[in-house]
Design a protein around this ligand. Structure first.
Ligand code: ADP
Ligand code: K
Ligand code: ZN
Length: 431
Protein backbone atom coordinates (compact mmCIF):
# COMPACT_ATOMS: atom_id res chain seq x y z
CA UNK A 1 0.00 0.00 0.00
CA UNK A 2 2.89 2.38 0.76
CA UNK A 3 5.78 3.11 -1.55
CA UNK A 4 8.16 2.45 1.35
CA UNK A 5 7.65 0.32 4.43
CA UNK A 6 9.18 3.16 6.45
CA UNK A 7 6.05 5.28 5.83
CA UNK A 8 4.24 3.17 8.40
CA UNK A 9 7.15 2.70 10.84
CA UNK A 10 6.33 2.71 14.58
CA UNK A 11 7.23 5.91 16.40
CA UNK A 12 9.77 4.03 18.56
CA UNK A 13 11.58 2.56 15.60
CA UNK A 14 11.47 5.93 13.91
CA UNK A 15 13.16 7.58 16.91
CA UNK A 16 15.90 4.95 16.79
CA UNK A 17 16.38 5.48 13.07
CA UNK A 18 16.49 9.25 13.50
CA UNK A 19 19.06 8.99 16.27
CA UNK A 20 21.34 6.78 14.22
CA UNK A 21 21.05 9.09 11.21
CA UNK A 22 21.50 12.24 13.29
CA UNK A 23 24.77 10.85 14.58
CA UNK A 24 25.85 10.14 11.04
CA UNK A 25 24.93 13.68 9.91
CA UNK A 26 26.89 15.22 12.77
CA UNK A 27 29.89 13.02 11.95
CA UNK A 28 29.68 14.06 8.30
CA UNK A 29 29.37 17.73 9.25
CA UNK A 30 32.71 17.65 11.08
CA UNK A 31 34.27 17.71 7.61
CA UNK A 32 32.63 20.97 6.53
CA UNK A 33 34.48 24.27 7.09
CA UNK A 34 31.45 25.89 8.73
CA UNK A 35 30.19 23.07 10.97
CA UNK A 36 33.63 21.61 11.65
CA UNK A 37 34.67 24.81 13.36
CA UNK A 38 31.37 25.23 15.15
CA UNK A 39 31.10 21.66 16.46
CA UNK A 40 34.68 21.60 17.69
CA UNK A 41 34.18 24.92 19.48
CA UNK A 42 31.17 23.41 21.27
CA UNK A 43 32.94 20.14 21.91
CA UNK A 44 30.16 18.22 20.19
CA UNK A 45 30.57 14.99 18.26
CA UNK A 46 28.29 12.14 17.18
CA UNK A 47 28.59 10.49 20.61
CA UNK A 48 26.61 13.37 22.16
CA UNK A 49 23.41 12.48 20.30
CA UNK A 50 21.38 9.71 21.88
CA UNK A 51 17.83 10.67 20.91
CA UNK A 52 16.21 12.85 18.24
CA UNK A 53 15.61 15.54 20.90
CA UNK A 54 19.36 15.83 21.40
CA UNK A 55 19.32 17.80 18.17
CA UNK A 56 18.50 20.74 20.46
CA UNK A 57 22.06 20.67 21.74
CA UNK A 58 22.99 22.22 18.41
CA UNK A 59 22.72 25.93 17.63
CA UNK A 60 20.50 27.00 14.73
CA UNK A 61 21.82 27.46 11.22
CA UNK A 62 20.31 30.52 9.59
CA UNK A 63 20.02 31.73 6.03
CA UNK A 64 22.74 34.33 6.65
CA UNK A 65 25.13 31.51 7.61
CA UNK A 66 24.49 29.97 4.22
CA UNK A 67 24.97 33.30 2.51
CA UNK A 68 28.24 33.85 4.39
CA UNK A 69 29.36 30.34 3.43
CA UNK A 70 28.46 30.90 -0.23
CA UNK A 71 29.54 29.34 -2.50
CA UNK A 72 31.09 26.24 -0.90
CA UNK A 73 31.61 26.67 2.86
CA UNK A 74 29.19 23.85 3.72
CA UNK A 75 30.62 21.04 1.64
CA UNK A 76 31.54 17.85 3.49
CA UNK A 77 32.99 15.87 0.59
CA UNK A 78 35.80 16.38 -1.91
CA UNK A 79 34.67 18.55 -4.81
CA UNK A 80 34.61 15.71 -7.32
CA UNK A 81 31.95 13.92 -5.25
CA UNK A 82 29.35 16.49 -6.33
CA UNK A 83 27.25 16.17 -9.45
CA UNK A 84 24.56 18.88 -9.13
CA UNK A 85 23.85 22.21 -7.57
CA UNK A 86 20.72 24.30 -7.21
CA UNK A 87 20.28 27.87 -6.12
CA UNK A 88 17.20 29.00 -4.18
CA UNK A 89 14.76 31.35 -5.91
CA UNK A 90 16.00 34.30 -3.90
CA UNK A 91 12.45 35.41 -3.01
CA UNK A 92 13.75 37.22 0.07
CA UNK A 93 17.28 38.32 -0.79
CA UNK A 94 20.64 36.94 -1.85
CA UNK A 95 20.41 33.35 -3.06
CA UNK A 96 21.99 30.33 -1.44
CA UNK A 97 23.54 27.32 -3.16
CA UNK A 98 22.95 23.67 -2.33
CA UNK A 99 25.20 20.90 -3.71
CA UNK A 100 24.28 17.25 -4.22
CA UNK A 101 26.33 14.09 -4.53
CA UNK A 102 25.04 11.22 -6.65
CA UNK A 103 23.68 9.64 -3.46
CA UNK A 104 21.93 12.86 -2.54
CA UNK A 105 20.20 13.11 -5.91
CA UNK A 106 19.26 9.47 -5.53
CA UNK A 107 17.72 9.76 -2.07
CA UNK A 108 15.97 13.02 -3.02
CA UNK A 109 14.43 11.42 -6.14
CA UNK A 110 13.28 8.56 -3.98
CA UNK A 111 11.52 10.92 -1.55
CA UNK A 112 9.77 12.76 -4.37
CA UNK A 113 8.64 9.43 -5.88
CA UNK A 114 7.25 8.51 -2.44
CA UNK A 115 5.26 11.77 -2.35
CA UNK A 116 3.84 11.25 -5.80
CA UNK A 117 2.85 7.71 -4.92
CA UNK A 118 1.13 8.97 -1.77
CA UNK A 119 -1.25 11.16 -3.77
CA UNK A 120 -2.15 8.25 -6.06
CA UNK A 121 0.18 8.47 -9.05
CA UNK A 122 1.55 5.15 -10.25
CA UNK A 123 4.14 3.65 -12.56
CA UNK A 124 2.92 4.01 -16.13
CA UNK A 125 1.03 7.25 -15.51
CA UNK A 126 1.91 10.24 -17.66
CA UNK A 127 3.21 13.22 -15.73
CA UNK A 128 3.76 16.77 -16.95
CA UNK A 129 6.00 19.12 -15.01
CA UNK A 130 4.62 22.60 -15.61
CA UNK A 131 7.06 24.42 -13.35
CA UNK A 132 10.25 26.16 -14.42
CA UNK A 133 13.43 24.09 -14.77
CA UNK A 134 16.91 25.53 -14.38
CA UNK A 135 18.18 26.46 -10.95
CA UNK A 136 14.71 26.17 -9.39
CA UNK A 137 14.41 22.79 -7.65
CA UNK A 138 10.77 22.37 -8.70
CA UNK A 139 11.99 21.49 -12.19
CA UNK A 140 14.61 18.74 -11.95
CA UNK A 141 13.56 17.74 -8.42
CA UNK A 142 10.05 16.78 -9.43
CA UNK A 143 11.29 15.47 -12.76
CA UNK A 144 13.66 12.94 -11.24
CA UNK A 145 10.99 11.85 -8.75
CA UNK A 146 8.46 11.25 -11.51
CA UNK A 147 10.97 9.20 -13.49
CA UNK A 148 11.88 7.26 -10.37
CA UNK A 149 8.24 6.36 -9.81
CA UNK A 150 8.14 5.12 -13.40
CA UNK A 151 5.96 7.82 -14.93
CA UNK A 152 6.34 8.88 -18.53
CA UNK A 153 7.58 12.38 -17.74
CA UNK A 154 6.96 15.45 -19.89
CA UNK A 155 9.40 18.28 -19.00
CA UNK A 156 7.09 21.06 -20.19
CA UNK A 157 8.58 23.85 -18.06
CA UNK A 158 6.69 27.00 -17.11
CA UNK A 159 4.36 29.20 -19.13
CA UNK A 160 3.06 28.99 -22.72
CA UNK A 161 -0.44 27.83 -21.83
CA UNK A 162 -1.38 26.90 -25.42
CA UNK A 163 1.52 24.48 -25.69
CA UNK A 164 0.87 23.12 -22.19
CA UNK A 165 -2.68 22.30 -23.23
CA UNK A 166 -1.54 20.59 -26.41
CA UNK A 167 0.89 18.42 -24.45
CA UNK A 168 -1.76 17.58 -21.85
CA UNK A 169 -4.08 16.36 -24.60
CA UNK A 170 -1.61 14.73 -26.98
CA UNK A 171 -0.02 12.57 -24.31
CA UNK A 172 -3.08 11.92 -22.13
CA UNK A 173 -1.47 13.38 -19.03
CA UNK A 174 -2.64 11.93 -15.67
CA UNK A 175 -0.87 14.30 -13.30
CA UNK A 176 0.94 17.62 -13.28
CA UNK A 177 3.15 19.73 -11.07
CA UNK A 178 2.15 23.37 -11.24
CA UNK A 179 2.66 26.47 -9.09
CA UNK A 180 -0.72 27.46 -7.53
CA UNK A 181 -0.77 31.00 -8.94
CA UNK A 182 -0.14 29.61 -12.42
CA UNK A 183 -2.76 26.91 -11.86
CA UNK A 184 -5.38 29.62 -11.24
CA UNK A 185 -4.23 31.47 -14.32
CA UNK A 186 -4.28 28.27 -16.37
CA UNK A 187 -7.81 27.56 -15.15
CA UNK A 188 -8.93 30.87 -16.57
CA UNK A 189 -7.13 30.09 -19.82
CA UNK A 190 -9.04 26.79 -20.08
CA UNK A 191 -12.33 28.65 -19.60
CA UNK A 192 -11.40 31.01 -22.40
CA UNK A 193 -10.58 28.06 -24.63
CA UNK A 194 -14.04 26.67 -23.88
CA UNK A 195 -12.64 23.62 -22.08
CA UNK A 196 -14.80 22.27 -19.27
CA UNK A 197 -13.23 20.85 -16.11
CA UNK A 198 -13.45 17.15 -16.77
CA UNK A 199 -12.68 17.41 -20.50
CA UNK A 200 -9.08 16.55 -19.75
CA UNK A 201 -7.91 13.16 -18.52
CA UNK A 202 -5.77 14.55 -15.69
CA UNK A 203 -6.63 13.62 -12.09
CA UNK A 204 -3.80 14.94 -9.95
CA UNK A 205 -2.01 18.25 -9.53
CA UNK A 206 0.87 18.74 -7.15
CA UNK A 207 0.77 22.36 -6.09
CA UNK A 208 3.36 24.09 -3.95
CA UNK A 209 6.45 26.29 -3.92
CA UNK A 210 4.42 29.24 -2.69
CA UNK A 211 1.86 29.81 0.06
CA UNK A 212 -1.77 29.42 -0.89
CA UNK A 213 -5.00 29.05 1.04
CA UNK A 214 -7.38 26.11 1.31
CA UNK A 215 -9.87 28.09 -0.76
CA UNK A 216 -7.30 28.66 -3.50
CA UNK A 217 -6.80 24.88 -3.55
CA UNK A 218 -10.54 24.25 -3.87
CA UNK A 219 -10.72 26.78 -6.66
CA UNK A 220 -7.88 25.10 -8.51
CA UNK A 221 -9.65 21.76 -8.12
CA UNK A 222 -12.90 23.13 -9.51
CA UNK A 223 -11.33 25.08 -12.36
CA UNK A 224 -9.07 22.25 -13.50
CA UNK A 225 -11.34 19.31 -12.66
CA UNK A 226 -8.82 17.32 -10.61
CA UNK A 227 -7.51 16.84 -7.08
CA UNK A 228 -4.75 19.21 -5.96
CA UNK A 229 -2.20 18.23 -3.33
CA UNK A 230 -0.06 20.53 -1.28
CA UNK A 231 3.65 20.00 -1.85
CA UNK A 232 6.25 21.56 0.42
CA UNK A 233 9.96 21.86 0.11
CA UNK A 234 12.84 24.29 0.03
CA UNK A 235 16.16 24.29 -1.74
CA UNK A 236 18.11 24.11 1.51
CA UNK A 237 16.36 20.78 2.29
CA UNK A 238 16.85 19.50 -1.31
CA UNK A 239 13.76 21.08 -2.82
CA UNK A 240 10.29 19.51 -3.23
CA UNK A 241 9.59 16.26 -1.39
CA UNK A 242 10.11 17.45 2.19
CA UNK A 243 6.44 17.29 3.21
CA UNK A 244 3.49 16.23 1.12
CA UNK A 245 -0.21 15.61 1.36
CA UNK A 246 -1.48 12.10 1.02
CA UNK A 247 -4.84 11.16 -0.52
CA UNK A 248 -6.55 12.29 2.72
CA UNK A 249 -5.62 15.94 1.97
CA UNK A 250 -5.39 16.60 5.69
CA UNK A 251 -1.96 18.18 6.12
CA UNK A 252 1.47 17.30 4.78
CA UNK A 253 3.41 14.32 6.08
CA UNK A 254 6.94 15.45 6.78
CA UNK A 255 9.29 12.56 6.01
CA UNK A 256 10.84 12.01 9.39
CA UNK A 257 13.18 9.26 8.24
CA UNK A 258 14.91 11.93 6.15
CA UNK A 259 14.49 15.03 8.33
CA UNK A 260 14.09 16.02 11.95
CA UNK A 261 11.41 18.71 12.02
CA UNK A 262 10.90 21.09 14.95
CA UNK A 263 8.51 23.97 15.45
CA UNK A 264 10.01 26.78 17.52
CA UNK A 265 8.97 30.17 18.78
CA UNK A 266 10.39 32.50 16.10
CA UNK A 267 11.48 35.03 18.72
CA UNK A 268 12.83 32.92 21.60
CA UNK A 269 13.82 29.87 19.54
CA UNK A 270 12.25 27.61 22.21
CA UNK A 271 10.38 24.46 21.20
CA UNK A 272 6.60 24.97 21.04
CA UNK A 273 4.01 22.46 22.24
CA UNK A 274 2.44 20.28 19.55
CA UNK A 275 -0.25 22.10 17.62
CA UNK A 276 1.08 25.63 18.12
CA UNK A 277 2.13 27.73 15.15
CA UNK A 278 5.78 28.69 14.95
CA UNK A 279 8.82 28.53 12.73
CA UNK A 280 9.77 25.24 11.12
CA UNK A 281 13.35 24.14 11.80
CA UNK A 282 14.80 21.23 9.84
CA UNK A 283 17.79 18.90 10.08
CA UNK A 284 18.76 16.68 7.17
CA UNK A 285 19.29 12.99 8.00
CA UNK A 286 20.09 11.52 4.59
CA UNK A 287 22.43 13.98 2.96
CA UNK A 288 26.10 13.16 2.41
CA UNK A 289 27.34 16.19 0.52
CA UNK A 290 25.91 19.12 2.39
CA UNK A 291 23.94 18.20 5.50
CA UNK A 292 22.31 21.06 7.38
CA UNK A 293 21.70 21.02 11.12
CA UNK A 294 18.74 22.86 12.63
CA UNK A 295 18.15 25.08 9.65
CA UNK A 296 15.64 27.86 10.34
CA UNK A 297 13.30 27.79 7.35
CA UNK A 298 11.49 30.99 8.34
CA UNK A 299 8.27 29.25 7.30
CA UNK A 300 5.40 29.40 9.75
CA UNK A 301 3.31 26.31 10.37
CA UNK A 302 2.35 23.83 13.08
CA UNK A 303 2.21 20.09 13.63
CA UNK A 304 -1.31 18.79 13.21
CA UNK A 305 -2.06 16.76 16.34
CA UNK A 306 -3.40 13.22 16.00
CA UNK A 307 -3.04 10.49 13.43
CA UNK A 308 -3.80 10.52 9.73
CA UNK A 309 -6.47 8.24 8.30
CA UNK A 310 -3.96 6.90 5.77
CA UNK A 311 -1.93 5.06 8.41
CA UNK A 312 1.35 6.83 7.78
CA UNK A 313 3.07 7.53 11.08
CA UNK A 314 5.10 10.55 9.98
CA UNK A 315 3.70 13.71 11.53
CA UNK A 316 1.78 16.21 9.46
CA UNK A 317 2.52 19.88 8.93
CA UNK A 318 -0.30 22.31 8.45
CA UNK A 319 -0.45 24.63 5.45
CA UNK A 320 2.37 27.20 5.56
CA UNK A 321 0.76 30.49 6.57
CA UNK A 322 3.69 32.67 5.58
CA UNK A 323 7.32 33.37 6.25
CA UNK A 324 8.60 35.08 9.35
CA UNK A 325 10.11 37.65 7.02
CA UNK A 326 7.06 38.42 4.90
CA UNK A 327 5.05 39.83 7.74
CA UNK A 328 3.91 43.35 6.93
CA UNK A 329 3.68 45.78 9.82
CA UNK A 330 1.14 48.43 8.96
CA UNK A 331 -0.35 50.94 11.36
CA UNK A 332 0.90 48.81 14.21
CA UNK A 333 -0.83 45.63 13.03
CA UNK A 334 0.99 42.53 11.88
CA UNK A 335 -0.39 41.38 8.57
CA UNK A 336 0.48 38.32 6.51
CA UNK A 337 -0.27 38.31 2.79
CA UNK A 338 -2.06 34.95 3.25
CA UNK A 339 -4.66 36.62 5.50
CA UNK A 340 -5.49 38.92 2.64
CA UNK A 341 -5.68 36.01 0.21
CA UNK A 342 -7.95 34.20 2.65
CA UNK A 343 -10.41 37.10 2.68
CA UNK A 344 -10.30 37.57 -1.09
CA UNK A 345 -10.70 33.91 -2.03
CA UNK A 346 -13.83 33.68 0.08
CA UNK A 347 -15.63 35.90 -2.44
CA UNK A 348 -16.69 34.33 -5.74
CA UNK A 349 -16.67 37.71 -7.52
CA UNK A 350 -12.92 37.90 -7.04
CA UNK A 351 -10.59 36.59 -9.77
CA UNK A 352 -7.44 34.84 -8.56
CA UNK A 353 -4.81 37.52 -9.07
CA UNK A 354 -4.24 40.35 -6.62
CA UNK A 355 -1.46 42.67 -5.53
CA UNK A 356 -0.76 44.27 -2.17
CA UNK A 357 0.81 47.71 -2.49
CA UNK A 358 2.52 49.40 0.41
CA UNK A 359 3.29 53.07 0.12
CA UNK A 360 3.63 56.21 2.20
CA UNK A 361 1.32 59.17 2.35
CA UNK A 362 1.87 62.07 4.75
CA UNK A 363 4.65 60.02 6.36
CA UNK A 364 2.17 57.25 7.19
CA UNK A 365 2.40 53.71 5.87
CA UNK A 366 -0.60 52.86 3.72
CA UNK A 367 -1.86 49.63 2.24
CA UNK A 368 -3.77 49.23 -0.97
CA UNK A 369 -5.07 45.95 -2.32
CA UNK A 370 -5.56 45.73 -6.06
CA UNK A 371 -8.07 42.99 -6.76
CA UNK A 372 -8.93 41.47 -10.10
CA UNK A 373 -12.63 40.75 -10.38
CA UNK A 374 -14.62 38.48 -12.66
CA UNK A 375 -15.56 39.92 -16.04
CA UNK A 376 -19.34 39.88 -15.40
CA UNK A 377 -18.91 41.94 -12.24
CA UNK A 378 -16.47 44.31 -13.83
CA UNK A 379 -18.96 44.93 -16.65
CA UNK A 380 -21.89 45.42 -14.22
CA UNK A 381 -23.29 48.82 -13.20
CA UNK A 382 -21.61 51.19 -10.76
CA UNK A 383 -23.96 50.24 -7.92
CA UNK A 384 -23.04 46.56 -8.09
CA UNK A 385 -19.36 47.38 -8.14
CA UNK A 386 -19.63 49.86 -5.28
CA UNK A 387 -21.45 47.25 -3.19
CA UNK A 388 -18.74 44.68 -3.87
CA UNK A 389 -16.09 47.26 -3.05
CA UNK A 390 -17.74 47.95 0.29
CA UNK A 391 -17.99 44.24 1.16
CA UNK A 392 -14.35 43.68 0.24
CA UNK A 393 -13.12 46.53 2.41
CA UNK A 394 -15.18 45.25 5.35
CA UNK A 395 -13.96 41.68 4.94
CA UNK A 396 -10.34 42.72 4.69
CA UNK A 397 -10.69 44.97 7.73
CA UNK A 398 -12.17 42.09 9.73
CA UNK A 399 -9.25 39.90 8.74
CA UNK A 400 -6.27 42.25 9.10
CA UNK A 401 -7.67 44.86 11.53
CA UNK A 402 -6.65 47.85 9.43
CA UNK A 403 -8.77 49.41 6.71
CA UNK A 404 -7.02 49.02 3.39
CA UNK A 405 -7.65 51.01 0.23
CA UNK A 406 -9.16 48.62 -2.30
CA UNK A 407 -9.03 49.01 -6.05
CA UNK A 408 -11.10 46.75 -8.27
CA UNK A 409 -9.37 46.02 -11.55
CA UNK A 410 -10.22 44.08 -14.69
CA UNK A 411 -9.29 40.42 -14.82
CA UNK A 412 -5.87 39.98 -16.41
CA UNK A 413 -4.65 43.51 -15.65
CA UNK A 414 -2.15 42.36 -13.01
CA UNK A 415 0.51 40.51 -14.99
CA UNK A 416 0.84 36.89 -13.79
CA UNK A 417 4.31 35.85 -12.64
CA UNK A 418 6.30 33.27 -14.62
CA UNK A 419 7.48 31.57 -11.45
CA UNK A 420 6.42 32.24 -7.88
CA UNK A 421 3.80 34.97 -7.62
CA UNK A 422 4.89 38.34 -6.29
CA UNK A 423 2.07 39.43 -3.98
CA UNK A 424 3.56 42.46 -2.28
CA UNK A 425 4.87 45.61 -3.90
CA UNK A 426 6.56 47.56 -1.13
CA UNK A 427 7.27 51.13 -2.20
CA UNK A 428 7.82 52.50 1.27
CA UNK A 429 11.08 54.30 1.90
CA UNK A 430 12.54 53.55 5.30
CA UNK A 431 15.46 55.65 6.38
P1 ADP B 1 13.05 30.92 -1.99
O1 ADP B 1 13.18 30.71 -0.50
O2 ADP B 1 14.01 31.92 -2.49
O3 ADP B 1 11.65 31.13 -2.47
P2 ADP B 1 12.96 28.10 -2.73
O4 ADP B 1 12.70 27.86 -4.17
O5 ADP B 1 13.89 27.22 -2.04
O6 ADP B 1 13.54 29.56 -2.62
O7 ADP B 1 11.57 28.13 -2.01
C1 ADP B 1 11.29 27.52 -0.78
C2 ADP B 1 10.24 28.30 -0.06
O8 ADP B 1 9.02 28.32 -0.82
C3 ADP B 1 9.85 27.71 1.26
O9 ADP B 1 10.75 28.07 2.27
C4 ADP B 1 8.46 28.30 1.45
O10 ADP B 1 8.54 29.62 1.93
C5 ADP B 1 7.90 28.32 0.05
N1 ADP B 1 7.08 27.12 -0.18
C6 ADP B 1 7.45 25.98 -0.77
N2 ADP B 1 6.42 25.10 -0.81
C7 ADP B 1 5.37 25.69 -0.22
C8 ADP B 1 4.02 25.30 0.07
N3 ADP B 1 3.52 24.12 -0.27
N4 ADP B 1 3.25 26.18 0.73
C9 ADP B 1 3.73 27.38 1.10
N5 ADP B 1 4.97 27.82 0.84
C10 ADP B 1 5.80 26.99 0.19
K1 K C 1 14.39 28.89 0.48
ZN1 ZN D 1 -1.93 10.69 5.47
Amino acid sequence: MFYDAVEGISRDSLAALQTERLRRSVATCLASPFYGKRLRALGLGPENFNSPDDVRKLPFTVKDDLRAGYPDGFLCQPRDAFIRLHVSSGTTGAPTAVYYTANDVDSWSHLVARCMHAVGLRRGDVFQNMSGYGLFTGGLGIHYGAERLGCLTVPAGAGNSKRQLKLLRDFGVDGVHIIPSYALHFGHFLQQEGIEPGDLKWRFALIGAEPHTERARRRIEELLGLKAFNSYGLTEMNGPGVAFECAAQAGMHVWEDAYIAEIVDPVSGEALPDGEVGELVMTTLCRDGMPLLRYRTRDLTRFIPGECACGRTHRRLDRITGRTDDMIIIKGCNVFPMQIEQALMAMPEVAPNYLIELYQENDMDQIRVKVEIQDEVFAADDRTRAALHKRLVARLRDEILVTPAVELVRRGSIPPAEGKAVRVDDRRVHE
